[in-house]
Write a protein that binds this ligand. Structure first.
Ligand SMILES: C[S@@+](CC[C@H](N)C(=O)[O-])C[C@H]1O[C@@H](n2cnc3c(N)ncnc32)[C@H](O)[C@@H]1O
Length: 287
């Protein structure tokens, strides 16, 4: 069963019982949206997800609430292209990254624990796949991806190995990519290079960090006074962007930051829901 991360804290920071309209930018399995709709019988949620499959699943999970939810298949960075009643929306939630449903689904190719096609697209309508990144990117492009998104200081050896392998044959599955990485790096308990390789490619394929800072800044400048924004991130690159855009918006007088330090799950939550381990929640209110 899907367990939403930091559910109680999200409800508190959004002041769910006081609001009427909410926007969930990352519907996923609908866990947080369900909590909003259950905690406030008058709430209505506009819910975005760039993964059509997730929307389908979420709407099934939320069938009891179908009159109080409008699901939209799009990147949340495009919310202002939709005519929504922004002057009435009281709270915005962004639970970034991928869901456990996506991670566990072998067709998505996010996980290297199963051998699956190198896809990694959250949005299946887009063209760029992990297979294209791994096989068609130039040496310099791959260096950039692993440096910027995998936090490798010296990815040259790794990129050369990939180039050498793909000269012989296209690298088509997560298992094949794993093999290439493991010829160079042994398994590590923390910051395993293998998981950093997969993270880097996933971020590149889905353009996860692109425009994130300007998105949050614009969001803060456009939403109504008193509206609350809650963002949950799962790795340091993401959190740094979120932290900086919150700070910039606060400095320019748009928001008051509600979380001096990011809120993290309790040990009990981490035990019950291992996916929550690296979660960091930041919240702000428009002033
Ligand atoms: C961590 S999960 C959200 C889980 C959700 N809060 C729940 O409780 O079920 C993230 C979801 O957001 C979607 N997603 C990630 N980045 C997105 C973006 N920029 N725009 C729209 N959806 C996005 C993913 O497809 C995934 O389904």
């Amino acid at each position: 069963m899907h367990v939403p991360v930091l559910e109680k804290e999200v409800m508190e920071f959004l002041e769910v019982e006081k609001g009427a309209y909410f926007l969930d930018g990352t519907l996923g399995m609908g866990g947080h949206t369900k909590a909003i709709l259950s905690n406030n019988k008058n709430a209505f949620v506009f819910a975005f997800d760039m993964d059509q499959e997730s929307i389908k699943m979420a709407l099934k999970n939320l069938s009891n609430f179908k009159d109080r939810i409008k699901a939209i298949h799009d990147n949340f960075k495009n919310i202002f292209n939709h005519s929504l009643p922004f002057n009435r929306i009281d709270g915005y939630l962004f639970d970034l990254g991928i869901s456990s449903f996506q991670l566990d689904n072998p067709e998505m190719g996010f996980s290297y624990s199963k051998d699956s096609p190198l896809d990694m697209r959250m949005d299946k309508t887009q063209e760029l796949t992990a297979e294209k990144v791994v096989n068609d990117y130039s040496y310099n492009e791959l260096i950039r991806v692993f440096k910027e998104f995998g936090e490798f200081k010296n990815p040259e050896r790794l990129v050369k190995e990939i180039l050498l392998t793909r000269k012989r044959k296209r690298i088509r599955t997560s298992g094949e990519l794993k093999e290439v990485v493991r010829t160079l790096y042994r398994k590590r308990k923390t910051m395993d290079p293998l998981s950093r390789v997969f993270q880097a490619i996933r971020i590149e394929v889905n353009r996860e960090l692109e425009g994130l800072d300007s998105f949050f800044y614009t969001l803060f400048s456009k939403i109504k006074r008193g509206a609350r924004v809650v963002v949950i991130s799962f790795h340091s690159l993401e959190d740094r962007i979120v932290k900086n855009s919150f700070r910039k918006a606060a400095k320019n007088g748009y928001i008051r930051i509600l979380t001096k330090k990011p809120v993290m799950p309790s040990d009990t939550e981490k035990k019950i829901n291992p996916r929550s381990r690296s979660a960091k929640l930041r919240a702000g209110v428009r002033i």
